[in-house]
Design a protein around this ligand. Structure first.
Ligand SMILES: [Zn+2]
Length: 292
């Protein structure tokens, strides 16, 4: 195999023939955590685990034979402010790991390829003892949750957090928040996922958003809420659950305008919006958490 690393010395080549992609990894892991969901419909394959087979001359952190993971980004401009601030997901010239093009015009194919080349900035070494099936979900859903908690200084024990919505990102949100030592409340629109949240994922509380009495009991109790709901929904009921200076972290991709009343925000709750990152230095500690 000669990937040539695009003649860019900081790229490295990864063999994915022994592919353990998002689909395989997430299916195995989440099928265990969430037996009611049909993960056969998921075929994104943008989180891959493979073996390094070639390194450019400026690759310093990896050697041939290392088992590594790659998330949703494989390259960036390296010169803009986001790139110099370890938040390359906001670089205007970032290269997605699938359905995008490298600077030489070739298409990125994510985990569908037999091999891929990646800027070493976006590669993480999989720790010894962590299986590929365990690592794969961390490379997207895991990082998506871990990154804002870390970025906003919420990566400390003793906090009370809410996870709104219990899909793939929500699952990882509960696991990661618990690993950080948080008291975790899952907030859902119905009672259907109570057993999953409490028994499979280890959440501390389960709150049905239509239960006005319970919602009132939780007013001003949460340090943050990670909102993973990918559909238009009212924000005010959840803003009310936050303490002063609490944060409602919006992570659901919604293709319609969201509306909210400004007084609650003016009274002290924040609305950060975050884009899923790749495994960059601020997020690497995620891979040393003990989830499984
Ligand atoms: Zn850039």
């Amino acid at each position: 195999m000669n990937l040539a690393c695009q003649d860019t010395p900081w790229f490295l080549g990864i063999n994915l023939n022994k592919i353990l992609s998002f689909y395989l990894g997430l299916k195995d892991t989440l099928s265990f955590l969430c037996p009611t969901v049909d993960f056969d419909v998921l075929l994104y394959r943008h989180e891959v685990v493979g073996e390094v087979v070639e390194v450019g001359s400026e690759v310093t952190n990896f050697r041939v034979g290392d088992v590594v993971g790659v998330g949703v980004i494989v390259g960036c401009c390296r010169n803009c402010n986001p790139c110099k601030s370890d938040v390359e997901q906001y670089c205007n010239k970032k290269i997605w790991s699938y359905n995008d093009v490298y600077t030489d015009g070739k298409t990125t194919q994510g985990g569908f390829a037999q091999s891929m080349i990646v800027d070493q900035k976006f590669v993480v070494k999989i720790p010894d003892g962590m299986s590929a099936e365990q690592a794969a979900p961390l490379l997207c859903a895991g990082l998506t949750v871990y990154s804002p908690l870390s970025h906003f200084g919420l990566n400390k024990s003793g906090l009370r957090g809410g996870i709104l919505g219990l899909g793939g990102v929500g699952h990882m949100g509960v696991k990661i928040a618990k690993a950080m030592g948080h008291h975790v409340t899952v907030i859902s629109s119905s009672d259907k996922k109570r057993a999953e949240a409490m028994e499979h994922l280890g959440a501390d509380e389960y709150l049905v958003s239509s239960d006005a009495t319970r919602m009132q009991e939780f007013a001003d109790t949460l340090d943050y809420i990670i909102d993973t709901v990918p559909a238009v929904h009212a924000l005010e009921p959840y803003l009310s659950l936050l303490k002063l200076d609490g944060r409602l972290i919006l992570m659901g991709v919604i293709n319609a305008p969201l509306q909210f009343l400004t007084p609650l925000v003016m009274l002290g709750e924040f609305l950060p919006l975050c884009l899923s990152p790749s495994p960059r230095p601020p997020s690497l500690a995620l891979f040393n958490c003990k989830f499984f």
